[in-house]
Design a protein around this ligand. Structure first.
Ligand SMILES: C[C@@H](O)C(=O)SC[C@H](NC(=O)CC[C@H](N)C(=O)O)C(=O)NCC(=O)O
Ligand code: NI
Length: 127
């Protein structure tokens, strides 16, 4: 078995795709539309789905906002340099919700950014 994807319902597909591709440097891998049930799926990630777990952006045509609740945590991405990444993300208009630095009580260096829907994305410094 392997982890295939994480599905996120998004309120503005173009905004989400711009964020994940232009700010987080992912690629759009494939998309499909379901005209009967009125939704679009866009798969994005850092490599093909044969070897990479990806994100499935789900856009419901008739829904433009979601309650996120308090349970969802974050997606995590490994970066060579989270300090540089956060500077770049800010310059591109992204929101850095937790500046880079060691995790509380630990040594792993992390940062958090928010995607256009407010989902948290953790950036983890490659060791
Ligand atoms: C292609 C595969 O990866 C899927 O996830 S399809 C699962 C299917 N998704 C939808 O119907 C999308 C639109 C739906 N209104 C929604 O917001 O989920 C599905 O069964 N979804 C139900 C779910 O709970 O994920
Ligand atoms: Ni899915």
């Amino acid at each position: 078995m392997r982890l295939l994807h994480t599905m996120l319902r998004v309120s503005d597909l173009d905004k989400s795709i711009s964020f994940y591709t232009q700010v987080l440097d992912m690629k759009e891998l494939r998309r499909s539309e379901n005209t009967q049930y009125r939704y679009t799926l866009v798969f994005i990630g850092y490599g093909n789905e044969d070897n990479n777990s990806v994100i499935e952006l789900t856009y419901n045509w008739d829904t433009n906002s979601y309650e996120h609740g308090t349970a969802f945590g974050h997606l995590a991405i490994e970066y060579d340099d989270i300090y540089k990444a956060c500077e770049n993300i800010k310059q591109l208009g992204g929101i850095v919700s937790r500046e880079p630095g060691p995790v509380l009580g630990g040594s792993t260096e992390i940062a958090f950014v928010k995607d256009p829907d407010g989902y948290s994305i953790e950036l983890i410094q490659k060791k």
